[in-house]
Design a protein around this ligand. Structure first.
Ligand code: 3PG
Length: 401
């Protein structure tokens, strides 16, 4: 089986000494009132930045932030990120043009600048050739470490990379491709996948792909309601995608035909509304959901079933919380699954986005024990769906990884 990194050079093997290095990072971090509320993506990019500094590269970091619609928007400036890079970083006011060129050409070996938000130029999302060429003027070598953005065929992750003979991946991207690539190409069995979150429709492609590979597929979170309803359970006021019942039935049949153990909740924590507190929450069997209540978490019998599968597994992939974990009354199921994964000896991989946030909310001791927590939301799902991602494929040069 070919390595998922086949043909992709690592920054380790690229000639970056004294060179201007275009380092695409994903600093698209959550901001509240200009303050970063979760800096994991920045912290995860630091080893590559540090490596580039130590080898005397002149480092030009670039990222997008948010989805600006009409050009520059001060609320989406990358300025707050610069402080976290642990050294003096210049931030030109634009990512291309004279301002950027001046800063970049003044950089000395081991110095770093951070270009302003690439999406302040609509050409970025259009993979515009002229924009790629303007960015290319700023560097000699290209390295992508922005795993969260590799599913986008945007200029800085796609068209730009093609313009460099010396191109490759940073340590974070390498780690992500290796971990998620192993999940899809050669997972050690038994392989258990746990999917949660709100909608069946968001996960359909990943379910299809996983059914070909897993020994057991656990479905929790609000999407489980639709499966339970498809099995004829009365889910009360729970969120059920009525137009996806037929799809859920097809998935259930497919799992059965493939001999995949499809695990659905046997008990759930219910309440009258998402605003309910501890005192109003109640655990019931899925056969007894009251008509005026909604399922907001999995119950303890379900947790035990999932923990048993995790205990037997050699590979576990988890994407999507088991309930409304942001509220303490409905967080137990999600946190218990996180703990069971942390305690397991399996190769444990957590897809990004909400699941990564859930694992961190469960506790940093738990997060540390996961073999891999992806920094990509859409990117990790699309990779597990088996798609070829533009920002990864463009890095393959035919030379050995
Ligand atoms: C993400 O947050 O998933 C990535 O940074 C990609 O952002 P986007 O969905 O706005 O392209």
């Amino acid at each position: 089986m070919a390595s998922p990194l086949q043909g992709i050079r690592s920054i380790r093997d690229l000639p970056i000494e004294q060179q201007r290095l275009f380092l695409r990072v994903d600093f698209n971090v959550p901001l509240e009132d200009g303050r970063i509320t979760d800096d994991s993506r920045i912290r995860e990019a630091l080893p590559t930045i540090k490596h580039a500094i130590e080898r005397g590269a002149r480092v030009v970091c670039a990222s997008h932030m948010g989805r600006p619609k009409k050009g520059p928007d001060p609320k989406l400036s990358l300025e707050p990120c610069a402080e976290l890079l642990g050294q003096e970083v210049t931030l030109p006011e634009d990512c291309v043009g004279d301002a950027a060129k001046k800063v970049v050409f003044d950089l000395r070996a081991g110095q770093v600048c951070l270009l302003e938000n690439l999406r302040f130029h609509p050409e970025e999302e259009k993979d515009d050739d002229g924009f790629c060429r303007q960015l290319a003027q700023l560097a000699d070598v290209y390295v992508d470490d922005a795993f969260g953005a590799v599913h986008r065929a945007h200029a800085s992750v796609h068209g730009l990379a093609k313009l460099f003979r010396d191109r490759g991946c940073g340590f974070l991207l390498e780690k992500e491709i290796q971990a998620l690539g192993t999940i899809i190409t050669s997972p050690e069995k038994p392989f258990v996948a746990i999917l949660g979150g709100a909608k069946v429709s968001d996960k359909i492609a990943v379910v299809d792909s996983l059914l070909e590979k897993v020994s057991a597929l656990v479905v929790g979170g609000a999407m489980a309601n639709t499966f339970l309803a498809a099995r004829g359970k009365n889910m009360g006021k729970s969120l059920v995608e009525a137009d996806k019942l037929a799809l859920a039935r097809t998935i259930l049949e497919k799992a059965e035909a493939k001999g995949v153990d499809l695990v659905l909740p046997v008990d759930v924590v219910v309440a009258a509304s998402t605003q309910a507190g501890e005192g109003d929450a109640q655990t019931v069997s899925v056969d007894g959901v009251p008509a005026d209540k909604m399922a907001l978490d999995i119950g303890p019998r379900t947790v035990a079933e999932i923990a048993k599968r995790i205990g037997e597994a050699k590979t576990v992939f988890w994407n999507g919380p088991m309930g409304l974990f942001e509220r303490p009354a409905f967080a137990r199921g999600t946190f218990a699954v996180a703990r069971a994964m942390a305690d397991s000896r399996a190769f444990t991989v957590v897809g990004g986005g909400d699941s990564a946030a859930a694992v961190h909310a469960a506790g940093e001791d738990i997060a540390k024990k996961m073999k891999h927590i992806s920094t990509g939301g859409g990117a990790s799902l699309e990779l597990v769906e088996g798609k070829k991602l533009p920002g990864i494929e463009v890095l393959r040069t035919g030379e050995t990884a």
